[in-house]
Each structure stands twice: as C-alpha cells, then as structure tokens.
Design a protein around this ligand. Structure first.
Ligand code: VAH
Length: 266
C-alpha cells in the first residue's frame, strides 16, 4: 500500500492483528537528491503516519531504519561515535535524523516501543539496487557476471561502512527481540558490519572472475559518499543487545557471486 495513506495502514494493522511493525519504506539518498520534496514527504509523512497508527493500534514493537546518512561534518569519520553530532547533508539523511528524534519522542511521550538501527550500506541479491549511493556495491556483482566490466560511480578509495543482507536482517530481528530494559538508545543504534572501498570489492570479485575489469567515473553521488563516515563505533549495540557481525567482504562476495550467477542461469 501507499505509506502516505494512513487509513490503508490502519486497515492492514487491524485486519491482520499486527503486533510487530517493520517500517522500511523510504526514498534513498541518490534518488532523494533528484526529488527533495517527494523524498521529504515519503520519508517524513510516511513515518509520522506509521507512528500515529502504531500508537492508535497499540502495536507491541515498531522498527524504524535509520542510516549512516545522518552523519556529516564534525564527526570522527574513522570511528564515528554513537552520540556524535548529526549534521546530514542529504535530504535522505535529514529525514532520517528527524525520524530518529520523532521515534525517541513517541517512546518518551506515548511509551511506544520503537527501535532503530543506523544501517550501513546493505548488500544483497534478493532485489535490484534502489537508488542508494552505496548501491554500487550491489551493481558491481551484476556487472561482473553480465558484462565482465563495471563503471563505478565512486572513486576507488571511497571507504564506506557496509553490511551483507543476512547480517542486516539478523541484527534487525535481534534488536526487536532484545529485552527492552537493556536498551539505552531510543534514537537509533550505530551498526557496523565491514568497511571497504570500490577497489577492495573489485579485487574480491576478481578472485572469482579473473577477466573482470573496472573503471572509475565519479558522479554526483561522490559528494554524498564523501560526507559519510567510513566506520561506525557500534559498541553500544554490542553492549545493549550483544550485536556481533558474521560476514566479512570475502564471505559476502562468495555468496553474492554464486547467488547472482545462479539467478542469471535460470
Ligand atoms: C543509500 N543504501 O545509499 C542507502 C543507505 C548508507 C546509505 O541508507 O542511500
């Protein structure tokens, strides 16, 4: 349904007796810069609809996805602390920073058990990339298998926090199943999986496909990526709900490459 249609949300919650609500709808960073007012409407009005419906229907637990995009200048990019200043430079990041504070407000004012993660770039083979700056890290696998060449829209040394989809899903469920009494953060938890550059992911794929080539043609997304950290300090997540990543770049590449190859062959 349309996340801007509050009645539709209420009907689905009530007719399915929903108790746990994972709100994932949003317009991502790159697409958001191409249509700022639409991105703000979907990301903010959508979240407010979800928060209001969750209180009205007494939802047990609500999940809100934030992002490394909430960070900008004034942080230690090499290890960004949980309580760093939020100075986002993209519409998407501004909407996520505002969203975190709305979630904390609904927790404090209405007791809504809303929980959130600052996702890094998520890499998965289940769906095609959807307009994110970090989506180069998904595109590159398809390009290797389909064309044996990739035109990368970021510079080779652009180090960004990333996470394999399996780790992201497990982190989300583990947070949602955690004892609420242990959770000290009700804006959003930093979540770190791995950090790599376009050159490093290219080299990991080249081990599986020797003829793979790449060139680097930075576009408007380079400026977005340059405003983001390269690694998050997720010690709060590790302390409050025992977070531990399981995938590194090599393990992710083996799974991504074989899953996409299998899809192409079917
Ligand atoms: C984006 N994948 O690139 C999203 C993410 C880390 C940024 O939120 O817009």
């Amino acid at each position: 349904m349309n996340v801007l249609d509050k009645e539709a949300i209420l009907n689905i919650i009530r007719s399915n007796e929903v108790t746990h609500f994972y709100h994932l709808a949003a317009i991502l960073s790159a697409k958001g810069e191409q249509n700022p007012s639409k991105a703000w409407e979907v990301n903010m009005k959508g979240l407010l609809n979800v928060l209001e419906c969750s209180v009205e229907c007494k939802i047990d637990r609500l999940f809100f996805p934030s992002s490394i995009a909430v960070f900008g200048e004034g942080v230690d990019k090499n290890l960004t602390a949980q309580d760093s200043v939020l100075k986002p430079t993209s519409v998407y990041g501004i909407s996520k920073a505002a969203g975190e504070n709305w979630c904390n407000y609904y927790f404090e004012k209405y007791g809504l058990d809303v929980r959130s993660l600052r996702y890094p770039g998520i890499v998965g083979h289940q769906t095609l990339p959807g307009g994110g700056t970090t989506d180069y890290a998904v595109d590159i696998y398809y390009a290797a298998i389909k064309k044996s060449h990739f035109n990368c829209f970021l510079k080779k040394d652009t180090a960004l926090p990333m996470m394999y989809m399996d780790d992201a899903i497990r982190a989300t469920i583990e947070l949602m199943e955690a004892d609420g009494g242990r959770l000290q953060v009700r804006t959003s938890y930093n979540l770190q999986g791995m950090t790599f550059t376009p050159e490093e992911i290219y080299e990991s794929i080249k081990k599986l496909q020797g003829d793979f080539t790449i060139d680097y043609q930075p576009d408007f997304r380079q400026e977005i990526a340059d405003s983001w950290p390269s690694k998050l300090d997720d010690s709060a997540a590790r302390k409050d709900w025992d977070w531990q990543p399981e995938y590194d770049l090599e393990k992710m590449t083996v799974e991504m490459y074989s899953a996409i190859l299998a899809k192409q062959q079917n």
